[in-house]
Design a protein around this ligand. Structure first.
Ligand code: CA
Length: 229
């Protein structure tokens, strides 16, 4: 599963260039021409990283960054601001608004891709293709395999994604809405109780190994993945 990058930029030629460069580097790319489109795109499917132009028609990039960093489901999505050369104060303001990095225009596709990879490494050091192990339960994303105490666990695709998300974000409580957004992609047609159904299935598969206790209900809040009871 490749990482999904959202590019928010009103200038079509730059958007094109970025889409090409980032797509070539193996990322999935979607585009928005302004803050409004960006918010729609994010609500539809939360990206793994946002490339955000400073100068946008309507709401500015920095205002959108501030808003996303305050949002429940978007606060931990990394943002790289695209700023114009010589506007040093933009860099400071962007970082203050919560941006994780900035790239000065004009930039080379190679530089941009390197910065994206660096930021992604920083925010999720466990990585997409690596192995995550928590208390005897191991998920190997590259091999799409889950192993519990040395025995392979067979999961449905949704349970797999749910477990992958949980294991990448342990010890944190997520509401049903947040899980829908992060695991299902914020599809508005899915009801919150769907989450409960898949949680039940996930627990059922993990139960023979005793790892169903890792999938914890936090009353009134949602769910947490934790090896601690
Ligand atoms: Ca612009």
């Amino acid at each position: 599963m490749s990482k999904h990058i959202l590019i928010v930029e009103d200038e079509a030629p730059i958007r094109e260039m970025v889409r090409f460069a980032v797509g070539n580097a193996g990322f999935e790319v979607s585009e928005a021409a302004d803050a409004h489109q960006a918010q729609m795109a994010i609500a539809d499917r939360c990206p793994d990283l946002i490339l955000l132009d400073w100068m946008l028609p309507g709401m500015s990039g920095v205002d959108l960054a501030r808003r996303l960093k305050r949002g429940d489901t978007t606060s931990d999505v990394p943002i790289i601001m695209l700023t114009a050369r010589g506007e040093e104060e933009h860099k400071v303001k962007g970082l203050e608004a919560g941006a994780d990095d900035y790239v000065t225009k004009p930039f080379s596709p190679r530089e941009l891709v390197a910065r994206i990879k660096a930021v992604l490494r920083r925010v999720s050091p466990e990585g997409e293709d690596e192995r995550i192990e928590i208390g005897g339960l191991a998920l190997d994303a590259a091999g799409h395999r889950v192993v519990a105490d040395g025995r392979e666990v067979h999961l449905g695709p949704t349970e797999y994604r749910l477990l992958q998300f949980f294991m990448g974000h342990p010890e944190r409580v997520y509401s049903r809405g947040q899980l829908l957004d992060r695991v299902w992609g914020g599809n508005v047609y899915i009801e919150e109780r769907t989450v409960d159904v898949h949680i039940r299935r996930l627990r059922k598969v993990l139960a023979p190994f005793g790892y169903d206790r890792f999938v914890q209900t936090v009353r009134g809040s949602g769910y947490r993945f934790s090896a601690q009871s």
